[in-house]
Design a binder for this molecule. Structure first.
Ligand code: GAP
Length: 521
């Protein structure tokens, strides 16, 4: 099985992630988190909230923050006044160009089609067949080009980009323009097509999901499911300033659902139509935004590393100046080497005063900050600049799942173990009686009950002890506690470490302190 298939299969088998409404055949781009997945995702969100909002002071002093700062949280509505999306540029601007293959009925985002140009040129790249090179799963239409495999052919791809006047694979517009040319499309082989020229010209695909609010169904009842949580923060900027009296620099963080009508939901939960974001809008004095941008890039990268992500798989990709939006002065992606290729986990952007400026213009409300530390009276009111670290909860969850998946051997036995950081592991402790007699189940149950008050715990008395360990290894449970014959006489238990399989013996009354210490260090 390919590495990604193994993760998907374990996620389904152990109840991390299920297809949404599976008994009806599912719904493309929507996923449900099962009992283990719900805990994992919740732990990731809680770690983010604690580290970024609640205890940011600790991290600020430990790290190289340019100055002290405040952080507050927000929970804004998914449904907002549609004028928000006009001001933000999402209505009218938030669309992807797509092309369809008339023969295979495959649908592709135009930016994926740079790859097809390689094919159009008849370039059979050396090594594997070109489909293996180009797509994560050979033959599957609409998959992300496999960035890692394309690496050796960088020079060639660069030449093709140049020909199409593209600066980057991620710039859609020039590709879209190129694909409007019939002559070019006539030469392109779509994946799986028997002949060239089966692609339609690009068409705009509205990315916002529309709904209707209220009893009437007319133009005035149109509303959108928010495509990002960020705008909820911008439109509440004044409310937060007025009610909390926070001073610059400060950040507002929010976790919540977002919806995009993606053309091609793909790579398991990586690109979904319903997903969750963890976003910060960090407001600062205009002259300080470069320093804060740098700070947030480092801080956010470190967060994934502190939660155990393999450093060799995590990258910070700084966008070239030509890739930047017209208002942005800096943008970087935190990327992870997923089994299907290197892809974005989080974006960090220096957005200047663009968003607040847009909302001030469109709403007619003065959104300027009053800076009472400014000595020059004329300069006391201004729009702060904004640094935005914007992360996807589902993508982080998927990266943690892929990173944790390990197949190894214990003695002569093969096992699958999810080496999740103890902070985010769904179950922290599992308690087993060695056998179902001699008072062991009763003692184990009493220990389980006391641990459950502190940590998500699991009790299991069924089957051979080795099997019970294996099941917890797959769930990513860092500590398994076994009650044996000695436990009855001396009140000690064994604690088995998930990763090393080493066991130590501890008095039962020390368990909570021991595990607590392991979870916080
Ligand atoms: N406010 C800025 C913003 O929304 P974005 O790069 O479009 O920026 C930020 O999205 C993050 O949200 C991405 O880095 C990704 O983690 C997550 N995200 C975006 N679209 C997604 C999708 N269709 N499925 C899952 N996660 C998505």
């Amino acid at each position: 099985m390919a590495p990604m298939d193994k993760v998907v299969s374990l996620a389904k088998r152990r109840g991390f992630i299920f297809p949404s409404s599976e008994i009806y055949g599912g719904l493309n781009g929507a996923w449900d988190y099962g009992p283990l997945g719900a805990e994992l995702k919740r732990n990731i969100k809680e770690a983010w909230w604690k580290d970024m909002i609640l205890s940011h002071d600790e991290t600020a002093t430990m790290s190289s923050a340019p100055s002290s700062f405040a952080m507050v949280g927000l929970d804004s509505a998914i449904l907002m006044n549609p004028k928000v999306w006009e001001a933000s540029g999402h209505v009218g601007g938030f669309h992807d160009p797509m092309v369809d293959c008339r023969e295979t009925k495959g649908r592709y985002r135009a930016d994926q089609l740079v790859i097809f140009q390689l094919i159009a040129e008849g370039s059979h790249l050396p090594g594997a067949g070109f489909k293996d090179l180009l797509f994560a799963s050979p033959g599957e239409a609409g998959k992300t080009p496999n960035a890692e495999l394309l690496m050796p052919h960088k020079k060639r791809i660069k030449a093709i980009r140049k020909k199409l006047e593209m600066d980057s694979e991620f710039q859609i517009k020039p590709i879209e323009n190129a694909l409007t040319k019939d002559a070019l499309r006539a030469k392109i082989f779509a994946p799986g097509a028997s002949k060239p020229g089966t692609l339609t010209a690009p068409r705009s695909f509205e990315l916002m999901l529309k709904t209707k609010v209220g009893a009437l169904e007319d133009k005035s009842s149109v509303a959108y499911l928010r495509p990002e949580t960020a705008q909820g923060i911008f439109v509440n900027f004044k409310n937060v300033c007025d009610t909390t009296r926070v001073k610059l620099p400060f950040g507002i963080g929010q976790i919540g659902k977002a919806f995009r009508n993606e053309i091609n939901p793909r790579n398991f939960t990586f690109r979904s139509r319903e997903f969750e974001q963890m976003e910060i809008e960090f407001f600062c004095k205009p002259g300080d935004s470069d320093q804060w941008y740098k700070y947030w890039c480092d801080r956010r990268l470190q967060w994934y590393l502190d939660l155990g992500i393999d450093p060799s798989k995590l990258h910070l990709r700084e966008h070239s100046s030509r890739e930047l939006a017209h208002y942005a002065t800096g943008c970087a992606d935190i990327e992870y080497s997923f089994p299907f290729g290197i892809s974005e986990l989080e974006g960090i952007a220096n957005r200047t005063d663009f968003d607040l400026g847009q909302h001030m213009k469109a709403s007619g409300k003065d959104l300027r900050y009053f800076d009472d530390t400014e000595t020059d009276k004329e300069k006391r009111r201004y729009l702060p600049h904004v640094v935005e670290p914007s992360a996807g909860v589902d993508r982080a969850t998927l990266a943690f799942l892929c990173d944790a998946y390990v197949e190894d051997e214990v003695g002569s036995e093969q096992r699958i173990v999810m080496k999740l950081h103890p902070r985010i592991a769904p179950i922290k402790t599992a308690v087993f009686p060695l056998v179902k007699k001699d008072g062991m189940p009763e003692k184990a149950m009493a220990i389980y009950r006391s641990l459950s008050k502190n940590f998500n715990s699991f009790y299991d008395e069924k089957g051979a002890i080795g099997r019970r360990y294996r099941r917890q290894d797959e769930a990513g449970t860092p500590f398994c506690i076994t009650v044996d014959g000695d436990s009855i006489s001396d009140n000690t238990v064994t604690v088995r470490d998930r990763d090393t399989c080493e066991q130590l013996r501890l008095p039962a009354e020390e368990l909570v302190a021991y595990i607590d210490n392991q979870l916080t260090h």
